[in-house]
Design a protein. Structure first.
Length: 301
């Protein structure tokens, strides 16, 4: 009898595949949230494995703030073309133009929170009953409270004190009309796990994750990449530095880090030595102690 055992990354991959197949089995109209970041790219890679040789059985859903890194959008469109997948884009700019959302003003203005409005509108428009996301429990304390299957009420809201037990890999996807689920197949992964898996699977990524020169400025202890729609204070100066993105989101709140890492091996070593989580460079999480949890209760990712 062959003694076969899975290693750590294989166990995580198998768990994620199991969760994705449960979604396909339990829900009628699921989608896969795709930001163009490393976690959502890994999600797409695992989804291909889960349903091979068939195509991924759900569309990719991107909530576009209009303030994305250009490299992210180029990578997104190239990936969708290679996969032959369906792409659905929810636009924050359209929500602002239609009066559904009000744009923030001032030096710290960001469209990040406005994504919730566009996300919920997209869910309603396309009647999604489940959306798979790449969030992980190690990212942030509010996300550490999530189950694999995260129930949302008819208003898209999340109640962290009223979640369903998940025992023996049994997932309860029952819902009422108008309700939906957010599903997180990478819940048990860490940032280092993700990078080691990317290295093992030779997964292609946007160039933003590797060292490059970019105009940046310092604000609240972070380096932010500059774009023409961002306002600088009198005390802030643009400088060209060698940086990379550790996480990717709206440019107004996504910090960059000084780095010389130009390969996956370099990034794995850098992440292994880091004593700060990747979301330590996200300005949207610094607005308050409960910033992420407050956004999630309102319907955020």
């Amino acid at each position: 009898m062959t003694n076969y055992s899975l290693n750590h990354l294989q166990e995580l991959e198998a768990e994620s595949i199991f969760v994705m197949r449960e979604v396909a089995a339990q829900f009628e109209n699921p989608g896969l949230l795709f930001s163009g970041g490393k976690d959502s790219i890994v999600m797409v890679h695992i989804a291909r494995k889960a349903f091979w040789p068939a195509r991924i059985p759900f569309p990719l859903v991107h909530i576009d703030t209009g303030h994305n890194f250009e490299e992210t959008l180029i990578f997104r469109d190239e990936m969708v073309g290679k996969l032959g997948a369906k792409l659905i884009v929810g636009s924050v700019q359209e929500a602002i133009d239609s009066g559904l959302a009000t744009e923030e003003t001032g030096f710290s203005a960001s469209r990040n929170m406005l994504q919730t409005i566009s996300l919920l509108s997209t869910i309603e428009k396309y009647k999604f009953d489940a959306l798979l996301g790449g969030a992980r429990r190690d990212e942030e304390k509010a996300r550490a409270k999530e189950r694999f299957f995260s129930h949302r009420d008819e208003f898209g809201q999340w109640d962290p004190k009223n979640q369903r037990p998940e025992l023996w890999n049994l997932f309860n996807g029952k819902k009422k009309i108008g309700e939906h689920f957010r599903v997180f197949p990478l819940s048990n992964w860490t940032e280092l796990d993700v990078w080691m898996y990317i290295r093992r699977e030779n997964i292609e990524l946007p160039s933003l994750y590797f060292t490059h020169e970019r105009q940046v400025f310092k604000r609240d202890g972070m380096l932010l990449a500059w774009a023409p729609f961002m306002m600088l204070k009198d005390t802030e100066q643009l400088e060209t530095r060698t940086v990379r993105c550790r996480t990717i989101g709206d440019m107004t709140c996504t910090g960059v880090v000084l780095s010389e890492a130009n390969s996956i091996d370099d990034i794995v070593a850098e992440v292994a030595a880091s004593r700060e989580t990747e979301r330590g460079n996200r300005a949207d999480d610094k607005r308050s102690e409960s910033a992420m949890e407050d956004r999630k209760k309102e319907g955020y990712f």
